[in-house]
Design a protein around this ligand. Structure first.
Ligand code: ZN
Length: 502
C-alpha cells in the first residue's frame, strides 16, 4: 500500500498510543460463530465497555473486501458489488447508501481497523446473502439458516428432590437420558442459545453439553435417577427434571420413597435444612481464553489451578467426607462474579480461590494468602470503585492489578473468619512450600467481595520465578499445596463445628 511520507510519519508516531488504547482485553466468554460449516471462536476485544472486532477478521470470516481510504481515514467494505462506507470518528455506516448507527466509531489498533461487533448485525447483515444474527447475551453469532432455539434453565427447588426446569423457545423435541452421575438433555436443533444457572442441591452443575444441541446436568454424589416430564405450551417446550436423593442404606421402604414435589411454580422454594459445614467451594482461577500467568515454557496458571483444585477436592471428599465443588471442572472462562455466585448458590460453607502469581522481578518468590481488606487498602479500592482493576504496590517492587467492585460486600460479615482461615492456610502452606516474605495479605479482590461465607485466595507460587515455575510442573509441589489446603480446611472446620456461632 502506498502512503505519503507525512501520513507514514504520523502513523508511526501514533502507533504506540493507539496500540495501548486499542489493545483492550478479550471478553470473559468468546463470541462463537455458528453456521452449517461448524462453530468457531470469533476474536474480539473489550475496550471501554464496548466489544470490538477487527475488520481483517471480518474479511476472513465473511469473505468481504476491506479497502482503506487513506486521504479521508475512512474504510470501505464490499461484498458482491454492495458496499459499506465507514468514516473516521463517526458512529455510523453507510450501507448501500442507507445510514445505520453503530454504538461507537471505528478505531485503529496499529494497522488494524476495529469496529463494534454490532457492525455485523447492523451493517453487514443487510447486504449479506445469508442471515447474520448476533445474540450478544448468549455470545452467539448465527450465520445462515440455522435452528438455534433459546434455552433457559433454572433451579426451581433445591430439595431434595432438586428440580430443574428447562424452557426451549420456540419449542423443539427434547429427550433426556441419564447415565452415572449426569443427565443429558438433547434438543432437536442445530445449536442452542443457552442461559444456564449455577448448580444447586443435587444438581452440581448445569452446563453446555459435549454436543452443540445438548445440555449436561452434573449430579452430586448421593443423587438418584432423575425423573423427567415434558410439556409444550405458550410457544415453549418445558422440561421438568426432578433429581431425588438416593435413600440411605438400611432405610425402610417408606423413607425410601422421596417426597412428592408440588407442581412447578415460579416461586422460590425454601431449601431443606442440611448439616453444617458440608460444602466447600474451590475456585480454580482463570480458564478458557483467560490463561492467567504463563511461563516461558508454556505452563499456564489456569491448568495449574484446575489440577490443584481437583487434588484438593479428592482429599476433602475422601478424607473429610464433605462435598467439594469446583467453580469450573473444565477449561472454561468464568467471570469473577460468577465464581462467587456459584459458591453462594451452592450454599458453600467456605470459598477458596486458587491462583499462581506473576511479577516483573524474576526474583520474587513464594506462596501468599489473601483475604479481603476493608481498611486502608479498602479505601484505595473504594476511591477507584468505578475501575475494573486497581494497581497495588507489590513487595520487592512493581505493582499488580487487583480486580475490584464497588463496595457492596457480602464478604464484610465474614472478615474475621476469613482472617482465621487465611492464617491457617498460611501455617499449613509454610510447612510444605516456600513462602513469600508477606505470606498473608489483605487486598480488595473482586472474587472475594461477593462471597457470602468465609473466603480466602491462595497464590501458590510465582510462576515468573524460574525455580518455582519448574517445581509447579511436578506432582510433589501440587500435592504439597493440596495437602496444605486440605489441612487448613479440616482445622477450620473442626474449629467452626466445635465453636458454632449463632
Ligand atoms: Zn491468577
Amino acid at each position: 500500500m502506498r502512503r505519503s511520507a507525512a501520513f507514514t510519519i504520523a502513523t508511526l508516531l501514533l502507533v504506540p498510543v493507539l496500540l495501548l488504547r486499542a489493545q483492550g482485553t478479550p471478553p470473559p466468554t468468546p463470541l462463537t460463530l455458528i453456521s452449517r460449516e461448524g462453530r468457531r471462536a470469533v476474536p474480539t476485544v473489550m475496550q471501554s465497555g464496548q466489544e470490538l472486532i477487527a475488520l481483517d477478521d471480518v474479511a476472513a470470516l465473511f469473505q468481504v473486501m476491506v479497502a482503506e481510504d487513506a486521504p479521508t481515514g475512512g474504510v470501505t467494505v464490499s461484498y458482491r458489488g454492495r458496499t459499506i462506507v465507514l468514516s473516521a470518528e463517526q458512529s455510523i455506516a453507510s450501507v448501500n447508501g442507507r445510514i445505520v448507527t453503530l454504538p461507537g466509531p471505528m478505531t485503529r489498533a496499529g494497522r488494524r481497523v476495529m469496529v463494534p461487533v454490532e457492525f455485523l448485525s447492523r451493517a453487514l447483515a443487510p447486504i449479506y446473502d445469508r442471515r447474520i444474527d448476533l445474540r450478544r447475551a448468549s455470545r452467539l453469532l448465527i450465520v445462515g439458516d440455522m435452528n438455534v432455539p433459546r434455552v433457559v434453565a433454572r433451579i426451581d427447588a433445591v430439595g431434595p428432590p432438586t428440580r430443574a426446569i428447562i424452557e426451549v423457545t420456540p419449542p423443539a423435541p427434547v429427550t433426556v437420558a441419564s447415565d452415572t452421575g449426569r443427565a443429558i438433555v438433547r434438543i432437536d436443533a442445530d445449536a442452542l442459545d443457552l442461559t444456564l444457572p449455577a448448580g444447586s442441591g443435587l444438581i452440581e452443575q448445569i452446563r453446555a453439553g459435549d454436543q452443540p444441541n445438548t445440555v449436561t446436568l452434573v449430579l452430586a454424589g448421593g443423587a438418584g435417577t432423575p425423573r423427567t416430564t415434558t410439556a409444550t405450551n405458550d410457544g415453549a417446550a418445558r422440561v421438568t427434571i426432578d433429581v431425588p436423593a438416593v435413600p440411605a442404606a438400611g432405610a425402610d421402604t417408606a423413607a425410601a420413597t422421596p417426597p412428592a414435589l408440588p407442581p412447578p411454580t415460579d416461586t422460590l422454594p425454601v431449601g431443606a435444612p442440611r448439616p453444617r459445614f458440608a460444602v466447600i467451594a474451590i475456585d480454580p482461577g482463570h480458564g478458557g481464553a483467560d490463561t492467567g500467568v504463563k511461563t516461558s515454557d508454556g505452563l499456564e496458571e489456569k491448568e495449574l489451578t484446575l489440577d490443584v483444585a481437583r487434588r484438593v477436592r479428592q482429599r476433602l471428599e475422601t478424607r473429610l467426607g464433605v462435598r467439594a465443588i469446583l467453580t469450573r471442572d473444565e477449561d472454561k472462562a468464568l467471570t469473577l462474579d460468577e465464581r462467587a455466585a456459584f459458591a453462594n448458590n451452592s450454599k458453600a460453607d467456605l470459598f477458596l480461590s486458587l491462583h499462581a502469581n506473576g511479577a516483573l522481578g524474576p526474583g520474587i518468590t513464594g506462596a501468599e494468602v489473601y483475604f479481603l481488606s476493608l481498611d486502608r487498602e479498602g479505601e484505595t479500592v473504594r476511591r477507584t470503585a468505578t475501575a475494573d482493576a486497581v494497581s497495588l504496590p507489590v513487595l520487592g517492587g512493581g505493582r499488580r492489578l487487583v480486580e475490584v467492585v464497588p463496595w457492596n460486600l457480602a464478604q464484610a460479615a465474614y472478615i474475621d473468619k476469613s482472617a482465621t482461615l487465611a492464617g491457617m492456610l498460611e501455617e499449613e502452606l509454610r510447612r510444605r512450600v516456600p513462602m513469600s516474605p508477606r505470606a498473608v495479605q489483605r487486598a480488595g479482590m473482586r472474587v472475594l467481595t461477593g462471597a457470602n461465607m468465609p473466603a480466602a485466595l491462595v497464590e501458590m507460587a510465582y510462576l515468573t520465578n524460574r525455580d518455582q515455575a519448574m517445581k509447579a510442573r511436578g506432582d510433589e509441589f501440587r500435592n504439597a499445596v493440596a495437602d496444605a489446603v486440605y489441612e487448613a480446611v479440616a482445622r477450620f472446620r473442626t474449629a467452626a463445628i466445635e465453636k458454632p456461632t449463632p
